[in-house]
Design a protein around this ligand. Structure first.
Ligand SMILES: [Zn+2]
Length: 423
């Protein structure tokens, strides 16, 4: 081991080139922004092409690749003592339909850059270092976010995950089998010694405070509901309002009510979004018969989250009474708030400070794989700022080469410390 690993830095240009190259896989021209975007929905051909590219780089860096039963990839750089649990880093490379180049990719390619830097500098660590690529983090295709890491951590059963289907009825299991992505590592996986993930903030806080690095306190609670509203199709001209069972009206009432709940302040820092609304028959002169809406709820406080869910269900009963529709509710995702342990937050802050970077403590608004792996071992996250209010899930998503390198240098130093800790 070289004596002064504190002076070692990653290769900023190489990290950036990797991000740009991966961003070409699944690239499309985005009409809204007139920019090049990325679409690599989980377990599609594009996602698998992205995996192949990254796994090729991992092999070239001398890593040994394994896969688990849900297709998560673990690329291992051997340590000096293989009886010790590895330090795990990583994130995801699947994307939403209108993505930029950074979400998730920074964590995976940053992990790869850490390994490349260790190799270049002949730095050997006591523990192995593994870089993970988690399956279907975004949840946009199969309906449950952090699916791969949740299965790895044991929160979601493998059989349940494999049975999830996309809008065309294609299952996770069928896609895993089609692409031969099922590996022999059993889930839940053996707990790593620690897990660290570097990610773009996806919000405005760091940039507004002119902070270079975010020390992530934890991840807020997320609940996803799918509401099926069943009314009755009727003639728009011949049916009096009082005789209608208007599923569209019910959907609108629910949407407005959710906004009222947020603005009431009674539920802490609650956020609510009706992101999907499918109307049937979706015609100008017919009262909507069936409407499917999704509800995305976020809250820093688990108790307030539960209260908001209970109160929403009470309101749904009221809507049924007022409008005559029937509403069924299905919970498609539910994760509690996660607080990362103090020692991991301290480690990130210490390394950022050593590197001369300004940093602030921040709670993640988005869900992340780290929130799942936190159930297995001490986990932590490093955020880097984004431009344009940290816009994400949009091709305008952008973090500078410097911002990316700052985060990955913190990751590098934290990994070196963790991988040489044997107690
Ligand atoms: Zn992400």
């Amino acid at each position: 081991m070289t004596n002064d690993t504190a002076c070692v830095r990653i290769d900023k240009g190489r990290l950036w080139d990797s991000l740009i190259a991966l961003g070409e896989v699944g690239a499309y021209h985005d009409q809204d922004t007139d920019l090049q975007g990325v679409c690599r929905l989980a377990l599609t051909d594009e996602d698998v092409a992205g995996r192949e590219l990254v796994m090729g780089w991992m092999r070239n860096a001398g890593l040994t690749l394994r896969r688990d039963q849900i297709g998560n990839v673990y690329a291992r750089r051997e340590g000096e003592d293989n009886s010790l649990a590895p330090v795990l880093v990583g994130s995801h490379i699947d994307s939403v339909a209108t993505a930029g180049r950074f979400d998730g990719c920074l964590g995976v390619l940053g992990g790869l850059e850490v390994v490349r830097t260790l190799n270049d500098n002949n730095i050997f660590t006591k523990r192995s270092v593994e870089v993970a690529i988690f399956t279907e983090e975004e949840g946009v295709r199969f309906g449950t976010d952090m699916l791969g890491s949740a299965v790895a951590a044991g929160r979601i059963q493998l059989a349940d995950a494999r049975a999830q289907v996309d809008r065309n009825g294609i299952s996770v299991g069928a896609e895993l089998d089609r692409h031969a992505l099922v590996g022999d590592v059993k889930v839940p996986i053996h707990p790593p010694y620690a897990y660290l993930e570097c990610h773009i903030e996806q919000g405005p806080i760091l940039a507004e405070g002119r902070m270079q690095v975010g020390v992530v306190r934890g991840v807020q609670a997320i609940t996803w509901l799918e509401l099926t509203i069943t009314g009755r199709a009727a003639h728009a001209g011949a049916t009096p309002q009082r005789l209608r069972k208007n599923a569209g009206l019910a959907a609108a009432m629910i949407n407005v009510h959710l906004n009222d709940m947020v603005e009431s302040g009674d539920y802490g820092q609650m956020l609510a979004t009706v992101g999907r609304q499918d109307n049937y028959p979706n015609l100008i002169n017919i009262v909507p018969a069936n409407v499917l809406i999704t509800v995305d709820l976020r809250n820093h406080d688990g108790e307030a989250m539960q209260r908001s869910i209970d109160d929403l269900h009470a309101y749904l009963a009221e809507v049924e009474k007022v409008t005559g529709v029937k509403i069924t509710s299905r919970t498609t995702a539910q994760t509690p708030p996660v607080d990362f342990p103090e020692q991991m937050r301290d480690l990130v802050e210490k390394q950022a400070t050593h590197l001369g970077l300004t940093c602030d403590h921040i709670t993640s608004g988005a869900g992340h794989d780290a929130g799942e792996i936190a159930a297995l071992s001490p986990a932590g996250m490093i955020f880097v700022p984004g431009l344009y209010d940290g816009i994400s899930h949009n091709p305008r998503e952008y973090s500078t080469p410097e911002a990316c390198a700052d985060g990955i240098n913190v990751l590098l130093q934290a990994v070196i410390e963790l991988a040489n800790t044997t107690d």
